[in-house]
Design a protein around this ligand. Structure first.
Ligand SMILES: [Fe+2]
Length: 185
C-alpha cells in the first residue's frame, strides 16, 4: 500500500474532477490529523483518499455506498483497518450503528468538514482558501443554511476523535490550504 497504488485505484474508479478533489482534500486533512495525534499518517491519509472510491458506481444509493468501496479495497489488498474505516464512514446508511473508534470519527468529520471549507472559500470574492479564517468557519458552522450537506453533527465528531472544534477547523483549513493548487482554490 503506497500513495501511487492508491491514486491509481482512485483514478480508475472516480472520473469526476470535483469528486477527486474531495478525496485529495480528505487525504490532506486526515494526514494532518494523524500527524497531530502521532497516528499512522499513511494509513489515515490513504484511507481519506480512498473513502469515496465507489461513489460513481453507487450514484445516490446510500444503502450500498462505502460497503461496495470497502469490498473493492479488500479485493485490491487494502489493510483491514482501512476497509473497516471506509465502511464505517457511512455507518448510518449501511445500518452499522454508531462509530466508536477515533480513526472512524476522524474520517467522518474530516470528509465532512472539507465541504464546509470549500463552500467558505467559494463565497469569497477571490474564491480562494488563502483568505478563509477559522473564525469565519466557526460562524459558518452555526449557519444551518450554509453548506447544508456538510452535516454539523458529523463535523462535531472531531471531539470523539480527540480534537476541540477550533483546533480541528484550524488543522483542516491548514491542510487544505497546503494543497490549494491541487484543489484549484
Ligand atoms: Fe466523502
Amino acid at each position: 500500500m503506497d500513495r501511487g497504488w492508491a491514486l491509481e485505484l482512485l483514478h480508475a474508479n472516480l472520473k469526476a474532477d470535483n469528486l477527486r478533489k474531495h478525496c485529495y482534500a480528505t487525504e490532506a486533512v486526515m494526514r494532518r490529523l494523524a500527524r497531530e495525534k502521532g497516528e499512522d499518517e499513511e494509513l489515515w491519509g490513504l484511507t481519506g483518499l480512498l473513502h469515496d472510491l465507489d461513489l460513481e458506481i453507487c450514484g445516490d444509493d446510500m444503502s450500498v455506498h462505502a460497503d461496495l468501496g470497502a469490498r473493492m479495497l479488500e479485493e485490491a489488498g487494502a489493510p483491514a483497518e482501512m476497509v473497516e474505516a471506509v465502511r464505517m464512514h457511512n455507518a448510518e446508511g449501511l445500518g452499522l450503528g454508531e462509530r466508536n473508534a477515533a480513526f472512524h470519527h476522524a474520517l467522518a468529520a474530516a470528509e465532512t468538514v472539507t465541504g464546509l471549507i470549500v463552500a467558505a472559500a467559494l463565497v469569497r470574492p477571490e474564491k480562494d482558501l488563502a483568505g478563509v479564517k477559522v473564525s469565519s468557519l466557526r460562524k459558518r458552522m452555526k449557519e444551518k443554511a450554509f453548506a447544508r450537506g456538510a452535516r454539523r453533527e458529523v463535523i462535531m465528531e472531531c471531539e470523539a476523535a480527540g480534537f476541540e472544534l477550533d483546533e480541528f477547523l484550524a488543522l483542516a483549513l491548514e491542510a487544505m490550504q497546503g494543497i490549494s493548487s491541487e484543489l484549484g482554490l
